[in-house]
Design a protein around this ligand. Structure first.
Ligand code: UD1
Length: 328
């Protein structure tokens, strides 16, 4: 049985690897036999998300553990944190950049923090990649770069009109990736995540992902609140599928300079979602309505052909299966 040890494998760095999406990416990389270094300041990430790989028993036979966690802030750069680990194991082969200030609402309240963490952090990663000859950088962008679109499904070439500092910083980061590819010769791929859900997503803020909130409440038999009539739709993509897309983009050489949507190509209304979650939890919760959120997008749906063509990626997890996994 594979127990989380590798002997000779080029380093993959995952910034934000202790977070919700990052920890699933780490699971997959280690499953693929990669040696992983996580850089995470643990502001929104949690050591517990990586607990199985940090357990010292994984190194009992004398081999090196597959995972090293460096508690550092990416905005301060990667050179100092990675110096010791690269001296020991050789150069960084690939970087997966997921570290971010993750809240759209927080970016509106404090745009300077968002610029600092999400834009400056990306440039720090790219500067390291350029100087260290990293073979590929894969970056977590967001459907937030589009803002309101005239129609769905949303294609990558649609005009981007981000409606928040978060969306603007992700968009600007994509442009910086493109510059580093085109001018500095660093291969990069940006993935625009749609509504990602799954185990380990934190339900604790009112602006947490709707599935994490609904799952948390339905498990406890509490009411689920739908904002507005519930006819608004989202493209909910399971985190295990997202981790697969991220690894494909980072470890493969396809998709340099590409920007692509990561979604399912299926649209689900919030009402449908609420009914399914309640049913899976035994039907104890009531569904109630509250006023719609201001500035809410009505429909969100990813065009998924580019990711299929470029990366050979298609989301495979049906919503009901992903919800079962999330509900545990
Ligand atoms: C998501 C992203 C955001 C991105 C935006 C546009 C998350 C957590 N947020 O926002 O980063 O900018 O897409 O791409 O993934 N809802 C309820 N009841 C609740 C909570 C939410 O009805 O208790 C509704 C919301 O009003 C919304 C839908 O569920 O219509 C989804 O909400 P949410 O999960 O917060 O994500 P987005 O608003 O789509």
């Amino acid at each position: 049985m594979y127990r989380g040890r590798v002997t000779h494998s080029p380093l993959v760095v995952v910034t934000g690897g202790a977070g919700f999406i990052g920890s699933h990416v780490v699971d997959r990389l280690i499953g693929l036999g990669r040696r992983v270094v996580v850089i995470d300041d643990l502001r929104s990430g949690k050591r517990a998300n990586l607990a199985r790989w940090l357990d010292p028993r994984h190194a009992l036979d004398g081999a090196e553990p597959a995972l090293e966690l460096l508690v550092n802030d990416v905005t301060e750069g990667l050179f100092a944190p990675l110096a010791a680990v690269t001296a020991k194991h050789g150069p960084v082969d690939r970087i997966i950049h997921l570290a971010a200030q993750v809240s759209v609402v927080a970016s509106i309240a404090n745009p300077l923090v968002d610029v600092h963490v999400n834009y400056r952090g990306t440039v720090q990663v790219l500067e390291y990649a350029r100087a260290a000859g990293v073979k590929k950088v894969a970056f977590a962008s967001s459907a937030a770069v589009y803002g309101e679109t005239d129609r769905v499904p949303v294609e990558e070439d649609f005009p981007c009109r981000p409606m928040s500092p978060y969306g603007i910083d992700k968009y600007a980061s994509e442009k910086m990736l493109h510059y580093y590819s085109a001018v500095q010769g660093v291969a990069t791929t940006a993935l625009r995540f749609f509504n990602v859900y799954g185990p380990r997503q934190d339900p604790s803020s009112p602006y947490s992902g709707v599935i994490s909130i609904f799952a948390d409440r339905a498990r406890a038999g509490r009411d689920l609140t739908i904002f507005g009539d519930g006819e608004q739709t989202r493209d909910f993509v399971y985190v295990g599928d997202v981790a697969r897309a991220v690894c494909e983009a980072a470890l493969g050489d396809a998709g340099d300079r590409a920007v692509m949507n990561i979604g399912t190509g299926r649209e689900t209304s919030v009402s449908q979602l609420a009914r399914t979650v309640v049913e899976l939890c035994g039907g104890r919760s009531q569904i109630v309505h509250a006023p719609a959120r201001a500035g809410e997008i009505v429909r969100s749906l990813a065009a998924v052909e580019r990711a299929a063509t470029v990366l050979g990626f298609r989301a495979e997890t049906a919503l009901a299966d992903g919800l079962r996994a999330t509900l545990g």
